[in-house]
Design a protein around this ligand. Structure first.
Ligand SMILES: [Fe+2]
Ligand SMILES: [Fe+2]
Length: 139
């Protein structure tokens, strides 16, 4: 495990966050009706969280001597709200696994603040996935 590998991993996380911000903004625009009102609020709340994550990752990558990516990870565009939320859940859970993995890398490099922040972010994403699972259950 090297600092360079960690920077590369964090840049993949950053690309995922940038993609999520764009995906939620896009999906928010595709939500209509009474159900849409609540979903739009949820996406707004989550966009704020993802922006916070992206901002933190950008600072850390720069502090480690890396160059933060500005290219978002690509994402699919399903037609229905149910399919959208299922995609979001899947991608949130992928983020959880990546943050858990990179938290372990940070621990190996003796970076305690980064390790704990990444675990915190894993918990945030798990919370997002759980909220979406509750909505999908009711659809
Ligand atoms: Fe995030
Ligand atoms: Fe999230």
């Amino acid at each position: 495990m090297t600092k360079e590998e960690l920077i590369k991993g964090l840049n993949e996380d950053l690309a995922a966050e940038l993609g999520t911000i764009i995906r939620y903004n896009y999906q928010k625009g595709k939500c209509f009706g009474v159900m849409g009102i609540e979903l739009r609020e949820m996406f707004d709340d989550e966009i704020k969280d993802e922006l916070g994550h992206a901002s933190f990752l950008t600072d850390v990558i720069i502090d480690l001597g890396g160059e933060p990516t500005t290219t978002p990870k690509d994402f699919g565009k399903p037609e229905t709200i149910k399919e959208m939320l299922e995609l979001d859940m899947k991608m949130e859970l992928e983020d959880v696994e990546n943050y858990k993995k990179h938290a372990q890398w940070a621990e190996k490099l003796d970076m305690i603040e980064l390790k704990m922040k990444l675990e915190d972010m894993a918990a945030d994403e798990a919370g997002h996935a759980r909220e979406m699972r509750r909505i999908v259950k009711g659809l």
